[in-house]
Design a protein around this ligand. Structure first.
Ligand SMILES: [Mg+2]
Length: 194
């Protein structure tokens, strides 16, 4: 096994959180996301296509997040991610690093249940809950959030970022559109090290 420690984010990195939120807006609120909002920001509630106050939009977000099945049924982000993460898990020292909503036990256990259901090869002791991921120990981080990428870069991580509209101006060391590209990226990182 390789000694590189890799931290992998969940929402919008291995799962399609944005898609799921849009599905719930359609199903329960008869509306959807205005994706153009993500050109500027990733405050998902601001992208709700309803002519209502931000406070009311926040309330919708809270209602959706409070539904247990919302978290448990988020789909994988692409058809390669399962296979690639499984391969990484057997070759490297892999941890899931995620920041649960509101940081309470209910949301933490939803995250654990999602991993059990979708990536059962991951030992749940390898799930780390943190919002300041740059303070964690690790060599490589895979994360979609600009703030995480920038701070981890400063703290010596090699950063790999799944590309989304809202992070297109963030300069990660490596970025990708499909998960199968991550294997090539890791080979490149290994070659640079040796
Ligand atoms: Mg994320």
């Amino acid at each position: 096994m390789n000694d590189l420690k890799i931290l992998i984010d969940m929402d919008n990195t291995i799962n399609d959180f944005t898609f799921q939120f849009n599905e719930y807006l359609k199903r329960y609120y008869n509306t959807e996301l205005d994706y153009s909002v993500f050109e500027n920001t990733y405050h998902i509630e601001k992208a709700i296509k309803l002519n209502i106050s931000n406070k009311k939009k926040e309330k919708i977000l809270e209602e959706i997040f409070a539904m247990d099945d919302f978290w448990l049924t988020i789909p994988l982000i692409d058809n390669q991610v399962y296979k690639v993460v499984k391969e990484l898990y057997s070759d490297y020292d892999v941890y899931i690093a995620t920041s649960p909503w509101r940081y309470n036990d209910k949301y933490k256990s939803s995250k654990i249940e999602w991993i059990k259901g979708n990536m059962p090869f991951i030992d749940t002791s390898r799930i780390i809950f943190s919002s300041d991921k740059w303070e964690l120990e690790g060599d490589i981080i895979i994360d979609d959030k600009s703030e995480v990428i920038e701070n981890c870069k400063k703290n010596g991580f090699i950063t790999i970022m799944p590309l989304h509209m809202y992070n297109k101006n963030t300069k990660a060391d490596y970025s990708f559109k499909k998960w199968n590209e991550v294997l090539t990226i890791l080979k490149e990182i290994e070659e640079k090290r040796s």
